[in-house]
Ligand binder design. Structure first.
Ligand SMILES: NC(=O)c1ccc[n+]([C@@H]2O[C@H](COP(=O)([O-])OP(=O)(O)OC[C@H]3O[C@@H](n4cnc5c(N)ncnc54)[C@H](OP(=O)(O)O)[C@@H]3O)[C@@H](O)[C@H]2O)c1
Length: 332
């Protein structure tokens, strides 16, 4: 099979398209012939040794994808050979070879059918970011559950993969959503997708504008994939018992964070890790996601589809912060 091999953790520029043996299909696994894969920032982080996993080399990146089942391992009853399925976040592209290849093996219980009415590209694009957004939105209840309808949500990096997913899911939950984007054009698209308000995170008057829009409420929950200096402003915008789900840190470390800012409104900060979902948890969350997207008649947002030979151009596009997912056409 053809695969993009990562020989060393020196960045995606060093990826090499090569002919290599397909991965063996072990008991409990399925072998997929991929139609499409999708890129995530974590692929590039792993390639630069900026991710906890340090897989054996050479490695194949890619955590999202959709393909046809061409073989099943011992003990696998579902899915069957010939079915087309998408990959839910598992160890593919992390500890084992991933979806930037013509063939991939994944655990049989880490795949899901393509939802009715979705394109293959949409199925390839959605699972990792939507599962992440789902965890960020539901993790504050035990058992996990969406916030009360009418609660207020602030989403940073709202035009990104996780951000768009959070906006759409929040819409389906009846939340009041404020999104942050540095781009007026992407901001307009976010309003169309379902955000109630959009603000520029660089606006020196950001706190006052968000407060005025949400008044008399304050921010109940923030989903943050940006961090950096913006993080202290997020804390300041929280209401009583307001929470922040920490997803990423696209703008780097938080400077001079003062834990005292959390005291008086009993604010809480909690990490999100999509990789911490067990396979049954990921399946259950994915079913909810699909139902909720159908309820608002929305599907995943795609920026562009690149040819398999153009994976590096796809990563370059992802680094430009497009609105929607960057997808790779692998076969056909
Ligand atoms: N914890 C987890 O389990 C988990 C899962 C998935 C992703 N992540 C992480 O979450 C982060 C976002 O992932 P993603 O897939 O949504 O990435 P993405 O598609 O690249 O989107 C990130 C968005 O953040 C905004 N942004 C980027 N740099 C910024 C900056 N310096 N200041 C303000 N805004 C900035 C951009 O929006 P505008 O240009 O519109 O401002 C961009 O579209 C990544 O770091 C990723 O690794 C974590």
């Amino acid at each position: 099979m053809r695969a993009w091999l990562l020989d060393s953790l020196d960045g995606i520029e060093k990826l090499r398209l090569a002919e290599t043996a397909p991965p063996p299909c072990a008991p409990g696994e399925v072998l997929l012939r991929l139609h499409f894969a999708a890129l995530n920032p974590a692929d590039a982080f792993l390639a630069q040794a900026m991710y906890p996993a340090k897989p054996a080399l050479p490695h194949v990146l890619g955590r999202d994808g959709v393909g046809e089942v061409v073989a099943v391992g011992e003990g696998v009853a579902e899915p069957r050979v010939g079915e087309t399925v998408g990959v839910l976040r598992c160890d593919a592209g992390v500890e084992r070879w991933g979806t930037l290849a013509e063939l991939v093996t994944v655990p049989a219980n880490s795949v899901a059918p393509v939802p009715e009415g979705w394109s293959l590209e949409e199925m390839a694009a959605a699972p990792l970011t939507f599962l992440t957004a789902w965890q960020a939105l539901t993790q504050w209840s035990d058992p996990p559950a969406p916030p009360e309808p009418g609660s207020t949500l602030l989403v940073t990096g709202a035009s990104g993969g996780v951000g768009v997913a959070a906006v759409l899911l929040a819409r389906s939950m009846g939340l009041r959503v404020a999104g942050l984007s540095r781009s007026a054009e992407k901001g307009a698209r976010l309003l169309h997708l379902g955000a109630d308000f959009v603000f520029d995170p660089g606006d020196s008057d950001l706190r006052r504008k968000v407060a005025a829009a949400l008044s008399p409420a304050k921010v109940d929950l923030a989903v943050d994939s940006v961090a950096g200096p913006l993080f202290n402003q997020l804390v300041a915008m929280l209401g009583n018992r307001g929470r922040i789900s920490v997803v990423g840190r696209s703008a780097g470390a938080v400077p001079e964070f003062n834990t005292g800012t959390l005291f008086f409104r009993r604010n809480r900060i909690g990490g999100v890790s999509v990789g911490s979902y067990s396979r049954p948890e990921a399946q259950a969350a994915w079913k909810e996601i699909v139902i909720r997207l159908r309820s608002i008649d929305r599907r995943p947002v795609i920026d562009r589809v690149f040819a398999f030979e153009q994976v590096k151009a796809g990563f370059a596009r992802l680094a430009e912060s497009p609105m929607g997912k960057v997808v790779i056409r692998v076969n056909g």
